[in-house]
Design a protein around this ligand. Structure first.
Ligand code: MIC
Ligand code: SF4
Length: 643
């Protein structure tokens, strides 16, 4: 039987387990990436492991999230990460060099390699045929130290692309269509593999837009084959030698199928407040808008920016609209500056931002109250923009730019002929903002520079005999990590300071949570389905850990967050009977006796609701390794015990 591309790459990297879907497998990691908002913790964890030099083929640290230096904290974090990198063998992409996923695709990604990154949009690398997976910082630290990375052996979904996108319809519309069909939890436990004739019609940046936003499906990752188009891209990046042709076997067997005829797609928008709440632009046409933001790791490539410049050429932004543009990397910005496109954007009235995440993570450009903002980004969770009642719509760069001119939702197809913009034969290559590490022999001469904001991570204890604790918070379905540990300009600088950042834990849902949890000392959180969707931030586990959360009981979990909880030593549990969710109220006392023994004996664990006087079962469906981690009190303790 033939293999899918996913199976080929995973089995070539398999170091533990068997390729049996649904079982845990361990894979060797070739490359890692971190960004600054998750990076400080990842490098503190790496230091704690005591490994002198990274053991990966390539590890890169990017500074792209916390670039608003409104206080010493972010600058201290950058300096800390830069010095750790220099010492321990990691390449350091300086602030201003661009968004991690965009730069990694341009300069480092290699077809057929495995990459994990402490950012959920790491699957962007799937655009050039990598198995690229978002992970918690601790998992990345372990991989840098040469450790195995564990995932559930995924099911593989075949998305068969046929036809060709019509003018003004974009790669963003493809992934929005997939999200409409599969939903934000449709990809859990799966890799989305793109195949079919339609693949050949998509450039690498377009493929990367699609794999990037596959994160919003909850998928383990997404991947495209590596073909002649990939070769052209790598050649234009001066890296043709990195090209390897890769595709699935003709007789590969898939678990699920999705057919998309690209020719039939139309411009789409994900409406507030979920990336799968997708409607055609034609249904929204004419509604007034307040803001347009173009950029983010989803849509900030040179190709996207050139399309935008073409639309803006000789025009002026509508007087009621603020247009912000953040090109994805220094390479993109440099090329726009040299070919005149930047001048076109400035002429039209665009506000040019640094090549960084910026407004995507609420770092500036928050919309006005109830403001309608069209963004080319990948997430429109409530409050993420920094304006609680902001109404964020996710659209293609084409729809965004056209609407910025008209001041209303506008279907770009109404604009007439679309420009035929293709990739350059050669990108401008200048890696002078990527600092290489010192040679191993010189590593002792490098001092790691720590600022006062960098506090050690919270220590977790081995699993208690009995958990007897109150439910400190009950929340509903689809709780995102932006609810659990919000970001934005005010909170992100605290990413290296868990005690301080914990003050904002769940503030979006319930501002009193922090004080209540601290007062209770230990507690349990109860949630609905797809709990913890969204980002990879392990702060969404470390802050609850610091606040004494011992277990989280939900209807279901998102993949990365569940792994982060286990890494932090917090027990993730799911209701066997979902109806039990309704019978629990906040502040009920929940008791789990002999929890370690119960987990060791099987996956079903009995919980007593002492307040209401009934018992219910929960599932702790974990691998033996994960159970051992919980007994030890998290991944760091476990690693120390086993080394
Ligand atoms: C995001 O898009 O939510 C982030 C910010 O990039 C996160 C990482 C983080 O919280 O630092 C992610 O996607 O993993
Ligand atoms: Fe940055 Fe936004 Fe991409 Fe996250 S989704 S990496 S915040 S650009």
């Amino acid at each position: 039987m033939g293999q899918t591309l996913t199976e080929k790459i995973l089995s070539a990297h398999l170091v533990e387990g068997e390729m049996v879907k649904g079982s845990e497998i361990g894979i060797r990691i070739d490359q890692t990436l971190t960004q600054d908002a998750t990076g400080t913790m990842a490098y503190l964890e790496f230091e704690a492991m005591g490994v002198p030099r990274v053991k990966t083929e390539r590890s890169v640290a990017y500074i792209d999230h916390n670039t608003l230096q409104n206080g010493f904290e972010n600058a201290d974090d950058h300096r800390f990460i830069g010095s750790v990198c220099k010492k321990h063998g990691i390449y350091f992409s300086r602030p201003g060099n661009g968004i991690c996923h965009q730069v990694h695709l341009e300069r480092f990604g290699i077809p057929g390699k495995t990459l994990i990154g402490s950012d959920s949009h790491t699957p962007t690398g799937g655009g050039i045929g990598m198995i690229a997976i978002g992970a918690g910082g601790m998992d990345v630290a372990v991989a840098m130290g040469g450790g195995t990375y564990y995932i559930t052996c995924p099911k593989v979904v075949k998305v068969n692309l046929t036809g060709k996108l019509q003018p003004w319809v974009a790669a963003k519309d493809v992934i929005l269509e997939v999200l409409k069909r599969l939903s934000v939890k449709g990809g859990v436990g799966k890799v989305i593999e793109y195949c079919g004739e339609g693949v050949k019609t998509l450039s690498v940046p377009e493929r990367a837009t699609i794999t990037n936003m596959g994160a919003e499906l909850g998928a383990t990752t997404s991947i495209f084959p590596s073909d002649e188009i990939t070769r052209e891209f790598l050649k234009a990046q001066g890296r043709e030698e990195d090209f390897v042709p890769l595709c699935a076997d003709d007789d590969a067997e898939y678990d699920e199928f999705v057919d998309i005829d690209l020719s039939t797609l139309e411009p789409l928008a994900a409406c507030p407040h979920s990336p799968d709440n997708v409607k055609p632009i034609s249904e929204l046409s004419g509604q007034k808008i307040d803001q347009v933001c173009i950029g983010s790791c989803t849509n900030s490539s040179l190709l996207d920016m050139m399309k935008v410049a073409h639309i803006l050429k000789g025009k002026t932004v509508h007087p009621d609209v603020s247009l912000a543009i953040a090109p994805g990397s220094k390479q993109v910005l440099n090329m726009l500056a040299n070919n005149g496109a930047l001048a076109i954007m400035i002429d039209a009235g665009a506000r040019i931002l640094e090549s960084a995440c910026g407004p995507c993570i609420g770092m500036g450009q928050s919309p006005n109250s109830k403001g309608i903002s069209l963004r080319t980004f990948n997430r429109n969770f409530e409050g993420r923009s920094g304006t609680k009642d902001g109404q964020i719509y996710l659209v293609s760069p084409e729809t965004a730019a056209v609407s910025a001119l008209t001041g209303v939702f506008t279907d770009p197809r109404t604009l007439g002929e679309a420009a035929d913009i293709s990739l350059p034969e050669k990108f401008t290559i200048n890696d002078n903002m990527i600092v290489p590490p010192v040679d191993e022999k010189d590593m002792d001469s490098v001092e790691v520079l720590r600022g006062p904001n960098i506090k050690p991570f919270p220590v977790s204890e081995p699993l208690a005999e009995t958990i007897d604790a109150k439910c400190s918070l009950k929340v509903g379905d689809n709780i995102t990590t932006d609810h659990i540990m919000p970001a934005g300009a005010k909170i992100l600088p605290l990413r290296s300071n868990i005690p301080k950042i914990s003050e904002y834990c769940f503030a979006v849902c319930d501002e009193s949570f922090h004080d209540r949890a601290l007062e209770l000392g230990k507690s349990i959180i109860v949630g609905g389905s797809n709990y913890g969707q969204g980002s990879s931030r392990e702060h969404a586990a470390l802050a609850p850990l610091y606040l004494g959360v011992k277990a989280v009981i939900t209807k279901s979990f998102a993949r990365i967050h569940m792994a982060n909880l286990i890494n932090a030593g917090i027990v993730p549990m799911t209701f066997v009977n979902e109806a039990d969710y309704d019978k629990i109220d906040q502040m009920d006392e929940l008791k789990i006796e002999h929890i370690g023994k119960q987990i060791a004996e099987g996956n079903i664990v009995k919980v007593t609701n002492v307040t209401k006087g009934f018992d219910f079962d929960v599932n702790v469906d974990l691998s033996d390794r994960q159970k051992d981690m919980l007994y030890a009190g998290g991944l760091l303790n476990y690693t120390k015990q086993n080394s």
